[in-house]
Design a binder for this molecule. Sequence first.
Ligand code: FAD
Length: 427
Amino acid sequence: MAEAQATKCVVVGAGPVGALSALYAARRGWDVEVYELRGDLRDASTTPLNFTKSINLALSERGINAMRQSGSTQLVDAILSETIPMHGRMIHSQDVNDHFTEESQQYDVHGRYIRAVDRANLNKLLLDEVEALPNVKLHFNHKLTGADFQRQRAWFEQHASKKPQTADGAQAHQAQIDQRAKEIEVDFDVILGCDGAHSSVRFHLMKFVRMNYEQSYIDTLWCEFTIPPAENALSRTASAKGGFATSPNHLHIWPNDDNMFIAIPSVDKTFTCTLFAPTASFEALERSPSNIHSFFHANFPGAADLVGEDELRRQFDQNPHLPLISIKCSPHHFSSTGVILGDAAHAMVPFYGQGMNTGLEDVRVLFQHLDAHPASADGRRVALSTYTAERVPDAHTINDLALANYWEMHAGVRSPLYLLRKKVEEF
Ligand code: FAD
C-alpha cells in the first residue's frame, strides 16, 4: 500500500554522498530533512572535514554518471567545468646521473581520462542544488545521537554555530550557549545514513540487525602538502605548463618502496599533494622534523623543490597526520526504515581513487531499486534488501581492489628494469 503522505526521509550527513542522496530523494517528491554534524561548509568559518583547506579527488565516470542520473544536468556541467582532466599518471624518479626524470603513463589507449576535482567545491555545488528544492530542509550543527528503527524516531543534538551571527555578539553568544546541545526528536519513514566512516547511523542500525562488521587500519598515515603555481615554486619540471609547476594533466606519483608522494592538480594552478608513509616514518619525522628535507630528497626526487624547502617543514608541522581506515559490513540496511551509503557502508583506503565515486554510485543504485518497487513501506523493504544483495559484494570487491592498488602505486608503476634490479639486490 502506498504511504498516505510523501515519504519522510531523513538524510544524516551532508557530505558528497548525503547531498546527492537528498537530491535523488527530493526529485521523487519525498519530504527530505538533512542533518549535518558540522556547520555549513559554504560558510567560510566552518572547519573542513579533514581540517585542512581541501582535498582534491579523482572523479571518475562512476561518480559523474551517478550525478547525471539525478536529473540535474546543469549541476553536472557546473561541477565538470571546475575539474582538470588527468590523462595518465606521471612517474617521477632519478636516473643514474642523478637527473630528475618524468615518465608519462597514459590511462587509456582511447584517450579517456579521470578528472581532478576539489571535494569541497563539489560538495558546495551539490548543497546549493539541494537547498533550492522546496521539499528539502537542511539542518547544520545537528549530531545524530540515537535512532530507533522500529519506532521510526531519531534524536539529534542541536549545537550552536561557533560564530555569533548577529551584531550584538555578547548577547548572541550567550543565547548560543543556552541553546547548546539541545536535543530534538525527529520521526521518519526511512533514514539514509551518509555520515562517513565513523557512522552513527551504522552504530545504531547494528542494534536492530545482525550486521557483520570488519574494520582495519593500515600501517600508513597521510599528510597533505601544496605545490604552489610555477611563478611561486622554487623549481619546475620539464612537463610544467600553463602556470603549473609540473604537468597539469597528470596524477603525479613519486613512488618508493614503503612511501609514496602524489600530487593532483587544482584549477588555481596549485597541486594538492599527499605523503603516504608507514607510522614509524611519521613518528621519526615528528621527533626530528628537520629531517623532513633529507627524507624527501632520499625518497621523492625533485618533490621538495616543488613544494619549497621552508613550506615542506611548515606544512608537515601544521597539517594533520591522519590514519587510513578500511570498513566492510553487511547488510547495509534494516527493514524498510534504514540504509547506509558511502563511507558509512564501505570506507576504503584511497589508492584506487574510488571512495567517493563508489558512494555516489551507491545513491544511483539504491534509487534504481526503490524505483523498481511500489512507493510503500512494503515496497521499500524489498528494495532495500535487493539493494544490499547487489551492493555488498560490489562494495567488498572495490574495498579489496583499493588495498591491492597500494602496491601498484608505490612500487608497480616503476619500470620493469627497476623492479628486476631490486629483485637481484634482494637475492
Ligand atoms: P564524508 O565525506 O565523510 O561525509 C560524512 C558527513 O557526515 C560529514 O559531513 C560529517 O560531518 C557528517 N556526520 C558524521 N557523523 C555525523 C552525525 N553523528 N550526525 C550528523 N552528521 C554526521 N575518493 C574518490 O572517489 N577519489 C579519490 O581520489 C579519493 N581520494 C582520497 C584521498 C584521501 C587522502 C582520502 C582520505 C580519501 C579519498 N577519497 C577519494 C575518499 C573520499 O574522500 C570519501 O570516500 C568521501 O568523502 C566519502 O563521502 P561520504 O559523503 O560518504 O562521507
